[in-house]
Design a protein around this ligand. Structure first.
Ligand SMILES: *Cc1c(COP(=O)(O)O)cnc(C)c1O
Length: 416
C-alpha cells in the first residue's frame, strides 16, 4: 500500500461533524458575517476552558491578537517591547507594525523559553540607555512548553510592566496547574490550521476583564464611536472572527481535550522509542510544574551524528514553496545563510521527506533574522545553539502509534 505523507500537525475535525453543523446553522440563520451566535458561543467556550474569570475576544488571527494586545498595553512609535527571540515571527512583527522596537531576549536551556535573568538585565539596561522601561514583555510557549511563569511575572510586577503571553502554540498547556495565557495582562491564542485546534484561520485574545474585552473588541471592529453615523477618533482594525470560522471553533472545543491528550501520548511514545538512539535527544518538560501540550514534539541531534546524504546538504536552493499553506516562493540566490541548522539536520529533513515524513527545523531566533539586525538583543547563545541542532517531528491528532514507530525507525535508518 502506498504510504501517505505524515505531516507535522494536521487539522482534525470531531467525529460527529459538529463543525459542519455549526456552520450550517450560521448559513440557515444568515449569520454569515464577522459576528454572531457562533462567535459569542465560541468565546464562552474559551472562557470556560481557560478559567480564572478571564474574558476572551475571538479574532481573525493570532497575529491580530498580538497586535491588539500591544495596543492594549499602549505600545506606540519609539517604544520598546521585550520579546522572546526564539519564536515564530508573529510574536515580534506586530511590534514593528506599531513603529516600536523589539528587544530580543534569549532562552533558558531547559524550557527553551524566555530567560528571566536576561529579561531583568534587559529591562534595567534599556531603562539606563533610553530613560524608559520597555512597554510590554512577550514570553512564548514554544512548541507548547510553558515559560517560567512565576519568575517572569515576578520581574514584570517588580517593574510594573504588563505581560502579553504568546500561548499561540500552548493552548491548554499549564504551569503549576494554571492555563497559559491567564498569568499576564493578555494571553494570545491561535487557531490556524496547524495549531492545537483550528478555525481554519483565527485567534483570540484572553483579557483580564469586561472593560478590557470591550476595548479590544472596539479596536478589532474599526474603532467606531457611538454615533448613528461613522465617527472615528482613533485608528481601528478589521480583526473580528467570522461567524463561520467560529462555528468550526465551537466544534473543535468539543474535542480539544482529546487533542491535547493525543499530543501528550505521541510525546510519550517518542520518549520510549527514541531513548536508545545515541546522539538523539527528545525535548521534554524541565519538571512537573511544566505541563506542556506538546503541540509539536522536538528533538536535538548531536553534531557528530552522521546522516545519509549529509554530503549533499544545502547544495541546492529551495525551488518549491517552503512550509506554510500560502505557498509563496520568494526565490533566493544562495542555498545557505550565515546561520542555519547543521548539515546533519538538513540531511535528516531531506531523508525524512523522501520517506514521506514532514520534519522541520525549529524556529530561527529573531535576533538572527536579517530583518531584525538592528534591534537590541540580550543573548546567551542558547536559542542559536538549539536552532542548529533542533528538529520538529509530526505530532498532531492524525499521527498514529504506527506512524510514530515508522518515524523513529526512519530516523534510525537515516543514521550512518
Ligand atoms: C501561530 C503563532 C502565532 C499566531 O499565528 P496566526 O497564524 O496569526 O494565528 C503567534 N505566535 C506564535 C509563536 C505562533 O506559533
Amino acid at each position: 500500500m502506498e504510504r501517505k505523507t505524515i505531516y507535522l500537525c494536521l487539522a482534525h475535525m470531531s467525529e460527529q461533524g459538529l463543525e459542519q453543523q455549526y456552520i450550517k446553522e450560521a448559513f440557515d440563520t444568515n449569520w454569515v458575517v464577522p459576528l454572531g451566535p457562533n462567535v459569542n458561543a465560541f468565546e464562552k467556550d474559551l472562557e470556560a476552558f481557560v478559567g480564572e474569570n478571564k474574558q476572551v475576544v475571538a479574532l481573525s488571527a493570532g497575529t491580530a491578537a498580538v497586535h491588539l494586545a500591544l495596543i492594549g498595553c499602549g505600545v506606540g512609535p519609539g517604544d520598546e517591547v521585550c520579546v522572546q527571540s526564539f519564536t515564530f515571527c508573529a510574536s515580534s512583527h506586530p511590534i514593528k507594525y506599531l513603529g516600536a522596537t523589539p528587544v530580543f531576549i534569549d532562552s533558558e536551556k531547559d524550557s527553551w523559553n524566555m530567560d528571566p535573568e536576561l529579561l531583568e538585565q534587559a529591562i534595567l539596561e534599556r531603562k539606563a540607555k533610553t530613560g524608559k522601561y520597555p512597554k510590554a514583555i512577550v514570553p512564548v510557549a514554544l512548541y507548547g512548553m510553558p515559560y517560567d511563569c512565576e519568575k517572569i511575572m515576578a520581574i514584570a510586577d517588580k517593574y510594573g510592566i504588563p505581560v502579553i503571553e504568546d500561548a499561540a502554540e500552548g493552548f491548554g498547556s499549564r504551569y503549576k496547574g494554571q492555563v497559559l495565557g491567564t498569568f499576564g495582562k493578555y494571553g494570545v491564542l491561535s487557531f490556524n490550521g496547524n495549531k492545537m485546534i483550528t478555525t481554519s484561520g483565527g485567534g483570540a485574545l484572553i483579557c483580564p476583564d469586561e472593560k478590557q474585552k470591550n476595548k479590544i473588541m472596539w479596536y478589532a471592529t474599526q474603532a467606531r464611536e457611538a454615533y448613528p453615523y461613522y465617527q472615528h477618533e482613533e485608528i481601528g482594525y478589521n480583526y473580528r472572527m467570522s461567524n463561520i470560522c467560529a462555528g468550526i471553533g465551537r466544534g473543535q472545543m468539543a474535542i480539544v481535550n482529546d487533542h491535547i491528550a493525543h499530543h501528550k501520548h505521541v510525546q510519550a511514545l517518542y520518549a520510549e522509542l527514541l531513548k536508545d538512539i545515541p546522539g538523539v535527544h527528545l525535548h521534554e518538560a524541565p519538571n512537573a510544574d511544566y505541563d506542556a501540550n506538546y503541540w509539536l514534539c522536538t528533538i536535538t541531534i548531536d553534531p557528530d551524528v552522521r546522516i545519509q546524504g549529509q554530503e549533499n546538504a544545502y547544495k541546492e536552493t529551495v525551488k518549491s514553496a517552503v512550509g506554510g499553506a500560502a505557498g509563496v516562493i520568494h526565490q533566493v540566490d544562495s542555498p545557505t545563510t550565515d546561520c542555519q541548522p547543521n548539515e546533519n539536520i538538513e540531511a535528516l529533513r531531506v531523508y525524512m521527506l523522501a520517506h514521506k515524513i514532514e520534519a522541520r527545523p525549529v524556529w530561527k531566533p529573531m535576533h538572527k533574522q536579517p530583518v531584525y539586525a538592528n534591534c537590541p538583543a540580550y543573548v546567551n547563545g542558547i536559542s542559536e545553539a538549539i536552532f542548529k541542532i533542533g528538529m520538529c517531528l509530526p505530532a498532531g491528532p492524525m499521527v498514529t502509534d504506527e506512524d510514530v514507530a515508522y518515524i523513529v525507525q526512519t530516523i534510525k535508518e537515516a543514521i550512518v
